[in-house]
Write a protein of this length. Structure first.
Length: 253
């Protein structure tokens, strides 16, 4: 993988941003439906994540974890409140500027993978590099390195429908990290992997985190959460509490 320069924060961002703050939510509300059918999925969520943290979001099913991650990933609109990313006020930005920030800085692992059906494994993994304007000639080496690292070289010309759920999940993770994002947002990233593979992915996230990448994952697994340093617990859309994690498992490599 290579390190690519991300766009510099604007002067306004530099002024309003806090040193080291990557993400700051202030009283964020998210609702679905209207009128009497309106339901609150996120309620006055305030949260700060600093650059270089590894945070796990936990809570019962339906608590709003995926919705929160999608808001952070700038996929989800229709929320109210403040969201600052690298000091940029996302709540005040137009969709095109949000997309630019997302493409330059965020690698997202979707729970349902969301691979593009009519692109091969190779092409799916290559896609974020094209968003970052990495020259075609350079992309080949980067994708080859990631295919090798994930031990999926033999699958590179297959289409997603020709892969098992676990293999699709690996490709989705490979796609999320290939462009060396500033932050990885991962929604149950090991849900369909064997326990050994799941542990390898957590080890990979930990190595990337040690090298400076911020990681935020949604997980039901206390073991996976123990790879991070902080747990944010959600219930019924509210942040119920935060706690440091216990001792992380020892690193093998
Ligand atoms: P979690 O990830 O904690 O299981 P979700 O964020 O997926 O929770 O969902 C939180 C709540 O929001 C659930 O009650 C869910 O039914 C509701 N919800 C999620 N997406 C939608 C949607 N597109 N329309 C209506 N309700 C939704």
């Amino acid at each position: 993988m290579t390190t690519r320069p991300a766009p510099q924060p604007s002067a306004a961002a530099a002024e309003s941003g806090r040193a080291g703050s990557l993400i700051r939510l202030v009283n964020l509300d998210k609702t679905f439906g209207e009128g009497s059918a309106r339901t609150w999925v996120l309620r006055r969520v305030s949260l700060e994540v600093r650059e270089g943290e590894f945070v796990s979001i936990m809570g019962p099913s339906g608590a709003g974890k995926s919705t929160l991650l999608h808001v952070l990933g700038m996929h989800e609109g229709g929320w109210e409140g403040e969201y600052h990313f690298l000091g940029e006020p996302i709540h005040a930005l137009k969709p095109a500027k949000r997309a630019e920030l997302r493409n330059a800085n965020i690698g997202f692992v979707f729970q349902q993978y969301h691979l593009i059906d009519d692109l091969t494994v190779y092409e799916n993994i290559e896609m974020p590099l094209s968003y970052r304007n990495v020259p075609k000639a350079e992309r080949a080496g980067i994708v080859a390195d990631v295919l090798d690292r994930f031990q999926i070289v033999g699958k590179k010309d297959l289409y997603p429908r020709q892969l098992s759920g676990g293999q699709q999940q690996l490709v989705a993770i490979a796609r999320a990290i290939v462009a060396d994002p500033k932050v990885i947002l991962a929604d149950e990233p090991t849900g369909n992997l064997h326990s050994d593979q799941g542990r390898e992915i957590m080890e990979l996230f930990r190595r990337l985190n040690a090298a400076g990448t911020t990681v935020i994952q949604v997980t039901h697994s206390e073991t996976n959460a123990s790879f991070g340093s902080r747990i944010v617990r959600l219930r019924d859309g509210w942040v119920e509490g935060e706690s440091p994690t216990g001792t992380a498992p020892t690193t093998e490599s």
